[in-house]
Every structure is written in C-alpha cells, then in structure tokens.
Design a protein around this ligand. Structure first.
Ligand code: IDP
Ligand code: MG
Length: 132
C-alpha cells in the first residue's frame, strides 16, 4: 500500500489541534502506521526543505519549523500521496478548498499547520529522514 509523510507543524501543535487534525485524517480512511512527536533539528528541517533553499522565505521557514513540537505521521492508503495532498489543500489557505485541513486550520501561507509529501519518491526520502 502507498505511503506518505504527514507533519503536523508547530503552529498547530501550539494551538491544541493535534487530535482534531488526526481525526480528520483517520476519518478520511488513512491508516496511521507510525507516529512520533519531536522538535526538528535545524539540519533535518533544512534537508526536508532543501528544494526551497534559495527562496526568500527559507530562513523564516527553518526558524518556524524548528520553533516547537511537530508530530510526524506515516500514513498508508491507496494513492496516499495524491489523496493526502488533496486533503490538506493549497499551500495558501486563502486558495485552499472548503473541507481541507489548511482551509480549516492554517493561519497563513507560512504557518499552514500541515505538511504532506508531494511524490512517492519524496515520501520515501522524507520518511527515512524523519524516522532515522
Ligand atoms: P507545500 O507545503 O504546499 O508543498 P511549498 O511551496 O513546497 O508548499 O512550501 C513549503 C512550505 O514553505 C509551505 O508549506 C509553507 O510552510 C512555506 N512557504 C511556502 N511558500 C511560502 C511563502 O511564500 N512565504 C512563507 N512561507 C512559505
Ligand atoms: Mg512542497
């Protein structure tokens, strides 16, 4: 079965909505197969977002992602990568569809509550990065 990595980001763990977010995920028929809370090291955060290293928001993104606890979750479902991206919604909550996690919880385009892998290849890389 296909796997993807979800990360409940620091803005969400700070607002006591971990349970609500996991409920939405489970109610959408994703199976939680691994789950761990942690504070990301700067080095892991930089590797996770390596593709954005030349963007103007990169330093702020690393600062934010290491600013508090995250909850990393390996999810399993048929077509997990795409289905989970659909469930989380657009990066910018103003553009996210109704019923998506980011529409419901994201504060803005940066503090957007949840991460989801964008390809099978990245899902495998990210799961190895976070859980090793
Ligand atoms: P994604 O999380 O929907 O895949 P990406 O464009 O890959 O979005 O960006 C990764 C993360 O970087 C976003 O989830 C968000 O936290 C942050 N980010 C993206 N674009 C911006 C921006 O324009 N300003 C500030 N932060 C951003
Ligand atoms: Mg992305």
């Amino acid at each position: 079965m296909e796997k993807t990595l979800a990360i409940i980001k620091p803005d969400a763990t700070k607002r006591n909505i971990i349970g609500e977010i996991i409920s939405i995920i489970e109610n959408s028929k994703f199976k939680v197969i691994r789950l761990s809370s942690m504070i990301l090291t700067e080095s892991k955060a930089k590797e996770l977002y390596d593709i954005h290293s030349s963007k103007p928001f990169f330093d702020a993104l690393i600062e934010y992602m290491t600013s508090g606890m995250i909850v990393a979750i390996v999810l399993e479902k048929d077509n997990a990568v795409k289905e989970f991206r659909d469930l989380i919604g657009d990066t910018n909550p103003d553009n996210a569809k109704d019923g998506t996690i980011r529409k419901k919880f994201a504060l803005n385009q940066s503090n957007n509550s949840i991460h989801g892998s964008d390809s099978n290849e990245n899902a495998i890389k990210e799961i190895n990065l976070i859980f090793n």
